[in-house]
Design a protein around this ligand. Structure first.
Ligand SMILES: NC(=O)C1=CN([C@@H]2O[C@H](COP(=O)(O)OP(=O)(O)OC[C@H]3O[C@@H](n4cnc5c(N)ncnc54)[C@H](O)[C@@H]3O)[C@@H](O)[C@H]2O)C=CC1
Ligand SMILES: O=Cc1ccc(S(=O)(=O)O)cc1
Length: 489
């Protein structure tokens, strides 16, 4: 949909929208056609230094703004974001590929996340400790950590940016966001909604050469906190850089979510829920259900129902209201998904996929189930980040939990059962940050979202997500010993 409505955005630096002054640009591509949408001009080193100076100055002012006013300003930004959801969704679909319905839902989820953080700003309070001496007081304040450098990816550009923006701004931090160059316009539109309500320099948006931007920002003494969502190798690299500077970092690095379907589960409703959730955004979600461990008595029925539901999904351009699944976001994802499928099939997995044609021209892939797959086949180990689900049967719950925990990842997990015994065992022993039982709700604004093992460090959203942008300050103050004599009180 390379329509005239799409324009690559400018950068927001020190309160001014202006084009990047670097000598490089990035071609933004429509994933449904593989046609270019526009050229994004990237930041120069001087642009980044200007943003850093502005972030440092803006922080000193923003931290002084009372929490009630920070909340009110963010809530006005959220209202604008909601009012513009249709326009922003059209930009997101054009540059990312997801369906318009998904894009609109993402915009509203981003609004909900920022709204929750804004409200939470009014509940950030400290505590008073019993003082150790008379005429003294001991308290603990929770203060904003300082200017934040945030890096968000292209798969859910609004939601995954909003988790960082909402927390930092509500806590009283300034923030420089480097969002993904592949999907710049939707994030710029969201940032514009918020920035309208904020003093200049509090919220800045840059696009650039990713490695150059992260190095410049993380190594700058201005930045006090780093937050990244993306792949494990890049997360590891940024963690090393942040460690070198002794800076705090939050990492959300993807997942490979297990789904345990017990013998008492209802196959039809489980499959309906999981197929919709798996193939949302063409499977490019860190919380996508991926490894299905199904109780052996249900296994064949499960495969049949899953394949039928996956085959029924209408794959097409995101802007077509009939489409239920859009293309993958870029050519390298399509290549990676095809490669993963071929390597897994070579290891003996049975490939259950549609035989009919897919739309031509864009980065379309078919929803696919890899059945009877070995626990160490490539798709069971590597995050597919695409429309690939894997299934194998299990005989005992212990076996299913053991198989589920074999992954290096530990972000989201799903369980389908009515059995209290199974619920207790899985909720205690499954190595994940979020677990949904008989549902899909692993991510809500008021709960922490974060992973174990290679899935990351720390949490976003919920009070834990807010805490990541705060630091404690213990203050112990006493009336001077000669105060009474000097003041004759
Ligand atoms: N947790 C999540 O939601 C995401 C996970 N991924 C994982 O990464 C895999 C590969 O996707 P790619 O886009 O090829 O991954 P990638 O790690 O190369 O890129 C992910 C994001 O990180 C940014 N990035 C890359 N190098 C950077 C650097 N040195 N400093 C700062 N930012 C940098 C990119 O601009 C992009 O927005 C996916 O298959 C998936 O497994 C990717 C995107 C989001
Ligand atoms: O990729 C990570 C991801 C994607 C979506 C969501 S949400 O369900 O929209 O909150 C959370 C994380």
């Amino acid at each position: 949909m390379s329509g005239p409505f799409y324009r690559c955005p400018e950068l927001l630096i020190a309160g001014r929208w202006r084009t990047g002054r670097g000598d490089r640009s990035h071609t933004v591509v429509d994933p449904a056609t593989a046609e270019p949408l526009g050229e994004l001009r990237l930041a120069s080193a001087a642009d980044l230094q200007e943003a850093l100076s502005a972030a440092g100055l803006a922080f000193e002012a923003w931290r002084q703004v009372p929490a009630h006013e920070r909340c009110a300003r963010l809530e006005r930004g959220v209202a604008r974001l909601r009012a513009q959801a249709d326009e922003i969704a059209a930009l997101l679909t054009a540059e990312q590929g997801k369906t318009l319905a998904e894009a609109r839902a993402e915009c509203l989820m981003a609004a909900d996340l920022i709204k929750w953080y804004a409200e939470e700003a009014r509940r950030v309070h400290g505590r008073v400790l019993p003082a150790r001496a008379s005429q003294s007081r001991m308290d603990v304040l929770r203060l904003p950590v300082g200017p934040v450098a945030a890096f968000s990816p292209w798969n859910f550009p609004l939601v995954l940016s909003a988790r960082k923006l909402g927390g930092a701004l509500a806590a009283g931090c300034s923030i420089i966001l480097k969002a993904a160059e592949e999907t710049p316009a939707s994030v710029a539109a969201m940032v514009a909604c918020l920035a309208e309500e904020l003093p200049e320099g509090v919220l800045q948006l840059v696009y650039g050469v990713p490695a150059e931007v992260s190095k410049a920002l993380i190594e700058s003494p201005v930045i006090r906190k780093v937050s990244f969502t993306g792949s494990v190798p890049v997360g590891r690299h940024l963690a090393q850089m942040a460690a070198g500077q002794l800076k705090r970092i939050t990492l959300e690095l993807g997942g490979h979510a297990p789904v345990i379907v017990c013998e008492d589960a209802d196959v039809a409703s489980t499959v309906a829920m999981m197929v919709a959730h798996k193939f949302r955004n063409a499977g490019q979600a860190c919380l996508a259900p991926t490894r299905f461990y199904v109780a052996r008595p249900l296994y064949r029925d499960f495969l049949e129902a899953f394949k039928a539901a996956a085959d029924d999904l209408r794959v097409g351009p995101g802007h077509d209201p009939r489409s239920q699944m859009g293309p993958l976001a870029n050519a390298r994802r399509l290549q990676a998904v095809q490669d993963l499928m071929a390597r897994s099939a070579a290891c003996g997995a049975q490939v259950l996929t549609r035989t009919g044609n897919l739309p031509s021209g864009g980065f379309f892939a078919a929803p696919t189930l890899l059945a009877d797959i070995a626990p160490d086949a490539p798709a069971m180990v590597e995050e597919p980040f695409g429309p690939i689900a894997c299934a194998m049967p299990f005989d005992t719950l212990d076996e299913a939990i053991g198989l589920a925990n074999r992954s290096d990842y530990g972000l989201a997990g799903y369980l389908f059962t009515d059995s209290a015994r199974a619920i207790l065992a899985v909720s205690q022993r499954l190595e994940v940050g979020s677990l949904a039982i008989n549902g899909i709700g692993v991510s809500v604004p008021e709960a922490p979202f974060g992973g174990l093992k290679a899935s990351g460090w720390g949490s976003e959203s919920g009070i834990e997500g807010m805490e990541a942008f705060l630091e404690p300050r213990f203050t112990h103050y006493s009336v001077p010993q000669d105060h009474d004599r000097r003041h004759k009180t």
